[in-house]
Ligand binder design. Structure first.
Ligand SMILES: [Mg+2]
Length: 118
């Protein structure tokens, strides 16, 4: 009887680990923002920036990790983008406070929102 293997190479495991780590770091700053606000910062380390800046940094790290997974063909970048567009077109019915958000998103991405109920 053979032992189960995920079939993942060491480099694939490393790339997924990087994404997992960066998602966790982004979650940490989202939690800080929900508890203390965007402008709040760690008073013991003001030089690292406020919560908004730190979330922006970690989301950039997340985007890089996704790009690396796509560049190495672990994940299909076109399918990820298809899912992004599908989400943008259908999520509004489940959001209760995004009137301005939907308007601004539509202004920034008119081709994606073409045909979506205003
Ligand atoms: Mg990071």
């Amino acid at each position: 009887m053979s032992e189960f293997s995920t079939g993942l190479s060491k480099s694939q495991i490393e790339r997924l680990s990087l994404l997992l780590e960066e998602l966790g770091e982004a979650q940490q700053w989202i939690g800080k923002i929900l508890r203390h606000g965007y402008d709040s910062y760690d008073p013991t380390n003001q030089r690292q920036g406020d919560n908004k800046q730190l979330l922006e940094k970690e989301l950039g790290d997340v985007l890089f990790a996704i790009e690396l997974l796509a560049a190495t063909d672990d994940l299909d970048e076109e399918l990820i983008d298809d899912h992004r567009i599908a989400k943008a077109r259908k999520v509004w019915q489940w959001l209760h406070h995004q009137g301005i958000g939907k308007k601004k998103y539509t202004e920034r991405h008119p081709s994606i929102m073409e045909g979506v109920q205003p």
